[in-house]
Design a protein around this ligand. Structure first.
Ligand code: NAD
Ligand code: UFG
Length: 332
């Protein structure tokens, strides 16, 4: 199968590219490198020993995208590309709507024009807003609290309408919970520009003394120790979920949560990271971060039943691999 990976130089896309190449598929990446670096391609090649065709292109450029679709004749598309910083999306919402919606509509119109039927789309647990109960099931009500989340919800709606108009399409929407960890080689991992927004990249920067202290946002939530609870999933398990989605025999429009089904608090994660890596992580408790919810974790029963999805990696692996990646990359 020849698979287009949009955003394949980014965090989740690069790990998925590795798994796809390892399972014998042909990979083409389109990325404009707005949030990633070109040397990721060499690293994917170093891990897999396989070549990738790469186009440095903005998906919002429909004419260039059409040329690539015409030339490459894809069998399937995994669409990761998008802007993803929640805080930034509140500051510059138009940029988020423009980038995430236009790029997806361009992909869909090229798929239509060149008769590509199979699509896997990166959605997010953010579409559940503040869930009414836990664990979160795929049919829970949907709502969002920021423009980034709204782009995901709007794209889910667009995909639903496009599928209604052409039920030959085979679309899988994957709602990710909180991906962390890195490839075990230490060659690929999460490498955000500037000060990280997300917890694990921040913990790693404090552990390596690039930042002085981790701010823990709130200790008065109704959770095991008062700090926020999330469902952390190893990025390699998440990558595997995409391989399963591509191979799924069930056709149509399908939606799956990809999480471990287990909640972990901020303090539990910090303590695990310190213990497993034998390193101190300075932290202080500060006010809650506006917009955060207390707890969020998946029911992954549907993905398990229909895709055969299971998580192989533990929280220990996630902490070890995240730290290993940063230690092996001296430029970080
Ligand atoms: P990332 O920023 O590391 O990767 C996204 C890639 O897309 C980057 O390489 C970026 O350069 C590229 N890109 C962005 N806009 C583009 C455009 N217009 N044209 C071409 N390339 C473009 O992000 P990630 O963590 O790998 O996330 C991948 C997808 O998963 C995103 O859609 C994100 O919203 C979604 N997601 C991520 C998380 C998470 O916590 N990482 C959680 C839920 C959902
Ligand atoms: N946290 C801190 N300090 C920090 C960063 C985070 O205490 O410096 C806490 C948060 O309050 C939260 C937990 O750590 O309780 C996780 O926060 P993240 O920012 O890592 O992740 P979120 O669950 O807030 O959101 C992430 C992505 C969203 C995505 C969501 C579900 O940023 O885009 O996971 O996939 F939608």
């Amino acid at each position: 199968m020849k698979v287009l990976i949009t955003g394949g130089c980014g965090y989740i896309g690069s790990h998925t590219a590795v798994r796809l190449l390892e399972s014998g598929e042909e990979v083409v990446i389109i990325d404009n490198l707005i949030n990633s670096k070109i040397d990721v391609l060499d690293k994917i090649k170093e891990i897999t020993g396989k070549n990738i065709t790469f186009y440095q292109e903005d998906l919002c450029n429909l004419e260039e995208l059409r040329k690539i679709f015409k030339k490459e004749k894809f069998d399937a598309v995994i669409h990761f590309a998008g802007l993803k910083a929640v805080g930034e999306s509140v500051e510059i919402p138009l940029r988020y709507y423009q980038n995430n919606l236009v790029s997806t509509m361009n992909i869909l119109s090229c798929m239509q024009e060149f008769n590509v039927l199979k699509l896997v789309f990166s959605s997010s647990a953010t579409v559940y807003g503040s869930p009414k109960s836990l664990p979160i099931l795929e049919d829970f009500p949907l709502s969002t609290t920021n423009p980034y989340g709204t782009t995901k919800l709007m794209i889910e709606q667009i995909l639903t309408d496009v599928y209604k108009a052409n039920n030959k399409l085979d679309i899988t929407i994957l709602r990710y919970f909180n991906p962390i960890g890195a490839h075990k080689s230490g060659l690929l991992g999460e490498d955000p520009n500037g000060i990280p927004n997300n917890l694990m990249p921040y913990i790693v920067k404090v552990a390596t003394k690039q930042l002085p202290v981790l701010n823990i946002f709130g200790s008065d939530y109704d959770t095991i120790d008062g700090t926020g609870v999330r469902d952390y999933i190893h990025v390699m398990d998440l990558a595997e979920g995409h391989i399963l989605a591509l191979k799924n025999k069930k056709k149509g429009l399908k939606i799956y949560n990809l999480g471990t089904g287990k909640g972990t608090s901020v303090l539990e994660l910090v303590n695990m990271f310190s213990k497993i890596n034998n390193v101190k992580v300075n932290y202080k408790i500060v006010d809650r971060r506006p917009g955060d919810i207390a707890s969020c974790y998946a029911s992954s029963l549907k993905a398990n039943k229909e895709l055969g999805f299971t998580c192989k990696y533990t929280l220990e692996d996630m902490c070890k691999d995240s730290y290993n990646f940063v230690k092996k990359n001296s430029n970080l």
